[in-house]
Each structure stands twice: as structure tokens, then as C-alpha cells.
Design a protein around this ligand. Structure first.
Ligand SMILES: N[C@@H](CCO)C(=O)O
Length: 307
């Protein structure tokens, strides 16, 4: 096989209670990528979208991940990577990790799958670092393997795919005012209060237990972020109005998706997720800020082969 086309999904990182350690994959939106072998051990990037992203492979998340694989595996050939981004860069739904994960998955397929899941995550994180300035797997892990993924630790990477109740849906509003993860991480204080840490530990544990037991009440009570949301909310116009509207429309919980500006709500069932979409739309429709809203089941597969 010399060429492959893949779909790489958007993701919600943090999911309120799990900063840097929790992420889930969406059915939509996502990036479509074609990766083709070329004779020389280098990387060529073609962007079909209009986001003006860097095409220098060293500066491009997909390019950097691909170069790392070529170097480490000492390949004597390289890759042409054509990217059609369905996810707006800086949207908070894992735009950079979709491209990084998609290319790593695609290359692994072209090489007859020599890389383990954890190795694929390692290379995808190398790509993600170009955009975010940090190594975090809470977007790349769910993008690669789908579902809801807990990153238990980073040294070494220790992750676990958590069972997802069938009725779990996500509604995500994406205001088109890009926020760079790099900047959204710099606003965070490096120390937290012990009382807040205790509450966040309880919420994370409760959320995971709720997923295992399909206990939607427990999931709902656990979708609370006392650490990060209060510091980042100011970056998102009408964040608290969106959150309140989602909860009043019946969401289990609502919070900042990744580093924002997207705001997500988790819901029990599709009809609740659609009702939340209507409620979020009412908050934003007259603000004069362009936005889109996606309603999606949790994507249990992650990156998938299209052709
Ligand atoms: N955990 C990361 C995710 C970025 O998408 C952060 O919130 O900075």
C-alpha cells in the first residue's frame, strides 16, 4: 500500500474534571488526510483548507510527527501529506491533535503497523507539541483509539480506555475566535488549593465510576471543574450563559472543551443533545460572533480509514 486516506476526529480534552488526563473523541467534526509514500526521506505538506497553517514540516504538527517517525525508524522514503481540516485551528476541539494523530495512524498503516498504540501516541504528542508547547495526550489518545481515555500518568505514558454508556452524547459550540492552547496554558496558576484538589479528585473518580456503571446521576454530579474553568472562563464570550443554558436544557454537565473557546455539554440521549444545541444557539445567535454547533455521539473508534 502506497497511499491511504483517513478521517481523524475532533476531541474534547479535560472533560471538566480531568485536566490533562481525560479526553473523548467526537464523531464530528474531523480532519480528512491523504498520506502518500514518496521516494526521498522527507515530508511534503499540502493544505487544502484556507487556514494558512505552516507547510514547513518542522512547523506543522503532522509534518513534525512524520519526521520523527522517519528519523527513528531510519526510513529511506518519506511522505506527502495532504490535509483537509474540518476542525478550525485554535477551536479547543483538538485541531492539532487530529492532524498529528491522523498522520501517525496513516503512516503506521502504510508501514504495516510496526508501532504500538502507545508509540503512536508518543509520535502524535511530538506533533501536538508544535502547536501547544506541551506534551499532553488528552487529545491525541482519544483521537487515535476513540472513546473516553484516562491518562493515568505520563512517565511512562499509562492510559486506559473507559467504557462509554451507549446513550452518552456531546453538544459542542465553537465560537470562531481562536485561542492558542499555548496561551491558554500560560494563564494558569501553577499551584492549587488543597480543598480544590480534593474536590477535583473526587469528581474525576466519580466520573470514571459513573462511566463504568452507566450511572448518569453520578456522571452529572462529577462534571465539575474547580481548578481550570474559573481561570479560563474569561477567555470565552458568554461562557457562563452558555453553561447555564446547557444545564437548563437538560445537559448532564457543561464546561470548556480543551483550552477553549469551544464549550461542550454531555447529555443522556440524542434528543437532549439537540435541545442543548437549540439552547446554546439562543445564547450566541445575536452576539455577532461566528460560531458552529456540533451534536455528536461519542466516537468509539478514533481515526478511521476512508480509502
Ligand atoms: N489539556 C489541554 C488540552 C488542550 O486542548 C489543556 O487544557 O491545555
Amino acid at each position: 500500500m502506497d497511499q491511504i486516506k483517513v478521517f481523524s476526529p475532533g476531541t474534547i480534552a479535560n472533560v471538566s474534571c480531568g485536566f490533562d488526563v481525560l479526553g473523548l473523541a467526537l464523531e464530528t467534526p474531523g480532519d480528512v488526510m491523504v498520506v502518500k509514500k514518496i521516494d526521498a526521506p522527507l515530508v511534503q505538506i499540502i493544505h487544502l483548507d484556507a487556514y494558512n497553517l505552516p507547510t514547513d514540516p518542522e512547523q506543522n504538527v503532522a509534518g513534525k510527527a512524520a519526521l520523527a517517525i522517519i528519523d527513528d525508524l531510519k526510513l529511506d522514503y518519506g511522505f506527502e501529506i495532504t490535509i483537509d481540516k474540518g476542525i478550525h485551528p485554535g477551536s479547543g476541539i483538538g485541531s492539532s491533535s487530529a492532524s498529528a494523530s491522523g498522520v501517525v495512524f496513516a503512516i503506521n498503516q502504510l508501514l504495516d503497523t510496526p508501532l504500538s498504540e502507545a508509540q503512536q501516541m508518543h509520535y502524535a504528542m511530538i506533533g501536538e507539541y508544535v502547536a501547544s508547547g506541551s506534551y499532553h495526550a488528552d487529545n491525541v489518545a482519544p483521537a487515535l483509539i476513540g472513546g473516553i481515555v484516562l491518562i493515568r500518568g505520563y512517565g511512562p505514558l499509562d492510559y486506559l480506555k473507559i467504557p462509554v454508556p451507549n446513550e452518552l452524547w456531546a453538544t459542542v459550540i465553537t465560537p470562531k475566535i481562536p485561542i492558542r492552547t499555548f496561551d491558554a496554558r500560560r494563564v494558569l496558576k501553577s499551584k492549587v488549593l488543597l480543598t480544590d484538589a480534593i474536590q477535583q479528585c473526587g469528581n474525576l473518580a466519580g466520573f470514571i465510576a459513573g462511566l463504568y456503571t452507566a450511572n448518569f446521576g453520578l456522571i452529572s454530579r462529577s462534571l465539575v471543574d474547580v481548578l481550570i474553568e474559573p481561570q479560563r472562563a474569561v477567555l470565552i464570550p458568554e461562557f457562563y450563559a452558555l453553561k447555564q443554558a446547557a444545564l437548563e436544557a437538560g445537559a448532564l454537565g457543561s464546561g470548556i472543551s480543551g483550552s477553549g473557546p469551544s464549550v461542550f455539554a454531555l447529555c443522556q440521549g440524542e434528543s437532549k443533545a439537540i435541545a442543548v444545541k437549540t439552547a446554546l444557539n439562543e445564547v450566541y445567535q445575536d452576539l455577532g460572533i461566528p460560531y458552529e454547533i456540533n451534536v455528536s455521539k461519542i466516537n468509539n473508534q478514533g481515526v478511521k480509514i476512508l480509502e
